[in-house]
Design a protein around this ligand. Structure first.
Ligand code: PGA
Length: 262
């Protein structure tokens, strides 16, 4: 081991906050972290607002030199054309979007995105220079039937097919039963799956990729439990839903290193 992976705290806003609310939240979050003398270099922060907010947030981040990454919540497998309602990775890249969530369980469940779609979207992101944040995780039925790791490991293996060596990716382990439920995985269980996911990265993309790729945990992450996840060797950050919508809570999650105890 001994690699240097900068932790990443990612805020997945889902379908919350219009563009005016988005600008207010990003501004307040920046002030909150500055007030707390947060060392911005020590933890990467990326926000994933709805599409309609991206231009406003990008303009704010540029103008005020706010050191946050900007991400999108989804992208099309296509570059352009007759695909009503879809958003091209090319358009996202033009807005200085740096990363894109792919295969979130809500997309898998409500939009029938299977592993093949997730793999195609991963390719589309890489083609346009976006870092895919590939989400994997088991449902409670999967957990009962197959245990915690079999389903996410299989999902990641498919997503990484045809990903070239050297491509930057992020992987998020999000047990479906933990998302929005208030019932996070235990740090030990999350670590166990994240370690297995890192082995998938090693098998598909090699040792360097296994050492440098950030593997996040997601599912009911809060200021009260983030430190316990971050202590685990194979957990490099968090994908935060509900907890990313409140300034004080998200600011405290980003500053997890300052928390005493759990
Ligand atoms: P949650 O969502 O933090 O609200 O559980 C996490 C996610 O869906 O990415």
């Amino acid at each position: 081991m001994g690699m240097t992976r900068t932790p990443l705290i990612a805020g997945n806003w889902k379908m919350n906050l219009d563009h005016l609310q988005a600008v207010a939240l990003v501004q307040k979050l920046h002030w909150s972290l500055k007030d707390a003398a947060h060392e911005f270099d020590s933890v990467d922060v990326t926000v994933f607002p709805p599409f309609t907010d991206l231009r406003s947030v990008q303009t704010l981040i540029d103008a005020d030199k706010i050191p946050f990454g900007l991400g999108a919540q989804d992208l099309s497998v296509h570059d352009s054309g007759a695909y009503t309602g879809e958003i091209s990775g090319e358009f996202l890249a033009k807005l200085s979007v740096g990363s894109v969530i792919i295969g979130h369980s809500e997309r898998r469940e409500y939009h029938a995105e299977d592993d093949a779609v997730v793999a195609a979207k991963t390719q589309a992101a890489l083609k346009h220079g976006l870092v895919p944040v590939i989400c994997v995780g088991e449902t409670s039925e999967d957990l009962e039937k197959f245990g915690a790791s079999a389903v996410p490991v299989g999902q990641l293996e498919t997503a990484l097919e045809n990903v070239p060596d050297g491509a930057e990716i992020v992987v998020a382990y999000e047990p479906v039963w933990a998302i929005g439920s208030g019932q996070a995985a235990t740090p030990e269980q999350a670590q166990d799956v994240c370690q297995k996911l890192r082995e998938v990265i090693r098998a598909k993309l090699g040792d360097d990729a296994a050492a440098s790729t950030r593997v996040l945990y997601g599912g009911s992450v809060k200021s009260g439990n983030i430190a316990s996840f971050m202590r685990e060797p194979d957990i490099d950050g968090a994908l935060v839903g509900g907890g990313s919508l409140k300034v004080d809570e998200f600011s405290a999650i980003v500053r997890y290193g300052k928390h005493v105890g759990v």
